[in-house]
Ligand binder design. Structure first.
Ligand code: G3H
Length: 482
C-alpha cells in the first residue's frame, strides 16, 4: 500500500547454490534473509490492491493510457539504475551465468519498452465507435481487476515481469510474490516500485505460499492468477478460490519438449541446436529440449558428435567467462537427478559420457542417457536439469505417438531437410503444441511472437502484445440508433 514495511517476525535464510569451503567444511553460502509474512500481512496487501482498484474515476484503472505509460516509464528508468545489483544477485541466487544474467536484465527492459509501444498501438485501435445493425457502440478495453503475479526461479526477473508489467499497464492492481529462489533480486527494485506507482497499485509480499497465497485465494477477491511454475503449484492454489470460474488464469507450466532428428538432418546444425537446447543454463528452461528422439540409423554418429560438443561446455562459477554449466539452486535437485539416472540405468540405459551424473553438493555433471525407453521415469518426467535422454526410433510414428500421448504441449523441434517429411510432421503436431521449430532448438523469443502451449503446458498467451489482451477485456456501451 505504498509503504516499505519493516518486518520483525520470522525470517528465512537465502542459501546460494554457490558453496564455500570453511576449513574443509563445504556448505552453501547464506547470502541474505527474506521475511516470512503471515496471512495477516498478505491480506493487508490484497486489501490495498482491492482498494486501489475500487477508487473512483481518474484513478489507476481508469487513468488514461498515456498516464499509465508514464508511471511504467518512470519505473523502467529507476530499474535501469539497478542493473549491476540485480545481475549480481541473479548469479549468486540462482547460479545464472553472467552473460545470461545480463541478457535477462536487458531483455526485460526491452520487453517493457515493447509493451509500451504495443499498448500505444492497441489503444489507437481499440477505443472506437462502431455502428452495426442499428446499434451504435463505443468499445473500450478495460482491466480485469486485482491480479496475483508469481514467477519462476529460472527467470525470476524476466518471466515474472512478462505478467507483472502487462497487468499493471492495463490498469489492473497487483499483488506480487517473488519466486522462492531469485527472491533477493527484487529488493533493489522495491523503492522504484514505491516511487513510480500510486499507493496500492503494486503490493509485494514475501513468505510461504501456503500462508500467504492460500489466504488470499480463499477470500475470492482475486480476479487474475498469473503464475509461471508447475501444474501442481497452480492447481493447488487455484482450487482454494471459492469461485474458480471468476478467476482468469494466465499460466506457464510444465513442458517436456522433444527434438525429433530424422535420418537426413544436417547433423552439424542438429548437434549445435540440441546441445544448447538441452543444456544451456543446465537445462533449467521451460523451453529446454528435454528428450531427443534420434533415428536409429544415425544414433551412433549423433551421440558421438553430441558428446564431443558436450566436452566443450564449461562448468564453473557463474562469473567465469564462457561458462554454461553452473551450480543448481533448487535444494535436493542433484539427488533427484541422480535418482532419474539410476532409474534409467536399472531399466537398461547407459550413461554415455565419462563422469556424467556425478554430483557434488550443488554441481551436477550432465548425464547423457541412451537408449531411453518408455519404462524409464526420465521418458515422461520433466527433469528441469542437466540429464539428456536419447531415444532411438525406427519409424517416425513412434515420435508422433510420444507427442500425442504427452500431457504437455509447449513446443518441439524437428531436424530434417526433407520438405515433405517436415510438412507431414507439422500437420501431425499443429493441434498438439504452441510452437514447432524447424532445424532449431525450442525457445521463447522473440518476445513479440506468441508464447504459449497446449494441454497442461499453459493457459493464455504470454508475449508482448498478447499479454496486454490477456490482462484486459473489451466491453462496450451500446445504444439503439433512432
Ligand atoms: O523457462 C522458460 C522460459 O520461458 C524460457 O525462455 O527460451 O528464452 O530461455 P527462453
Amino acid at each position: 500500500d505504498g509503504e516499505l514495511l519493516t518486518w520483525e517476525g520470522e525470517m528465512s535464510e537465502v542459501l546460494s547454490p554457490i558453496c564455500i569451503n570453511d576449513g574443509g567444511h563445504i556448505s552453501q553460502k547464506c547470502i541474505g534473509h527474506t521475511p516470512l509474512l503471515t496471512s495477516q500481512e498478505a491480506l493487508h496487501a490484497l486489501d490495498a490492491a482491492v482498494k486501489a482498484y475500487d477508487l473512483g474515476m481518474g484513478e489507476w484503472p481508469t487513468l488514461s493510457v498515456g498516464s499509465r505509460i508514464h508511471h511504467v516509464e518512470k519505473f523502467l528508468s529507476a530499474m535501469r539504475a539497478k542493473r549491476q545489483e540485480v545481475v549480481n544477485l541473479l548469479m549468486w541466487e540462482i547460479g545464472k551465468p553472467l552473460k545470461d544474467a545480463e541478457k535477462e536484465f536487458d531483455r526485460t527492459c526491452v520487453y517493457i519498452e515493447d509493451t509500451i509501444n504495443q499498448l500505444k498501438e492497441l489503444d489507437r485501435n481499440s477505443a472506437r465507435f462502431d455502428t452495426e445493425e442499428g446499434i451504435v457502440a463505443q468499445i473500450r478495453r478495460v482491466p480485469l481487476g486485482v491480479a496475483l503475479c508469481m514467477g519462476p526461479f529460472n527467470y525470476p526477473l524476466n518471466e515474472t515481469f512478462t505478467t507483472l508489467i502487462p497487468a499493471l499497464i492495463m490498469g489492473n492492481t497487483v499483488v506480487f510474490k517473488p519466486a522462492k529462489y531469485g527472491v533477493l533480486l527484487i529488493k533493489p527494485l522495491l523503492e522504484a516500485f514505491r516511487d513510480s506507482f500510486p499507493k496500492g497499485v503494486i503490493n509485494i509480499i514475501y513468505g510461504r505460499g501456503r500462508d500467504t497465497v492460500g489466504a488470499m485465494m480463499e477470500t475470492g477477491k482475486l480476479d487474475v492468477f498469473a503464475f509461471i511454475g508447475t501444474n501442481k503449484g497452480a492447481n493447488d492454489l487455484k482450487k482454494l478460490h471459492p469461485k474458480p470460474h471468476r478467476l482468469r488464469s494466465i499460466l506457464g507450466l510444465d513442458a517436456k519438449n522433444p527434438a525429433i532428428v530424422l535420418p537426413d538432418a544436417d547433423l552439424e546444425v542438429a548437434i549445435q541446436e540440441c546441445i544448447t537446447g538441452s543444456l544451456s543454463f543446465n537445462g533449467q528452461r521451460c523451453t529446454a529440449l528435454k528428450i531427443l528422439f534420434v533415428h536409429d540409423s544415425i544414433a551412433d554418429v549423433f551421440i558421438e558428435k553430441y558428446l564431443q560438443a558436450l566436452q566443450k561446455l564449461q562448468m564453473g562459477m557463474p562469473w567465469e567467462a564462457g561458462v554454461s554449466l553452473t551450480p543448481l539452486p533448487e535444494p535436493g535437485k542433484t539427488e533427484y537427478l541422480n535418482g532419474l539416472v539410476q532409474d534409467a540405468q536399472q531399466h537398461g540405459a547407459k550413461v554415455m559420457n565419462e563422469g556424467g551424473g556425478l554430483f557434488n553438493q550443488t554441481y551436477f555433471h550432465p548425464a547423457v542417457l541412451y537408449p531411453v525407453n518408455a519404462a524409464m521415469r526420465v521418458y515422461r518426467e520433466e527433469q528441469f536439469g542437466p540429464v539428456v535422454p536419447i531415444v532411438p526410433f525406427s519409424k517416425v510414428q513412434e515420435a508422433i505417438d510420444y507427442v500425442r500421448d504427452s500431457n504437455y504441449g509447449q513446443q518441439l523441434s524437428i531436424f530434417s531437410q526433407d520438405a515433405e517429411a517436415v510438412a507431414h510432421l507439422i500437420d501431425s503436431f499443429a493441434n498438439q503444441v504452441g510452437r514447432i521449430n524447424l532445424n532449431a532448438q525450442c525457445q521463447r523469443g522473440p518476445d513479440t511472437y506468441p508464447f504459449n502451449g497446449r494441454k497442461d503446458s499453459a493457459e493464455g498467451t504470454l508475449s508482448v502484445g498478447d499479454a496486454l489482451r490477456a490482462f484486459s477485456i473489451r466491453i462496450m456501451v451500446a445504444s439503439k440508433m433512432n
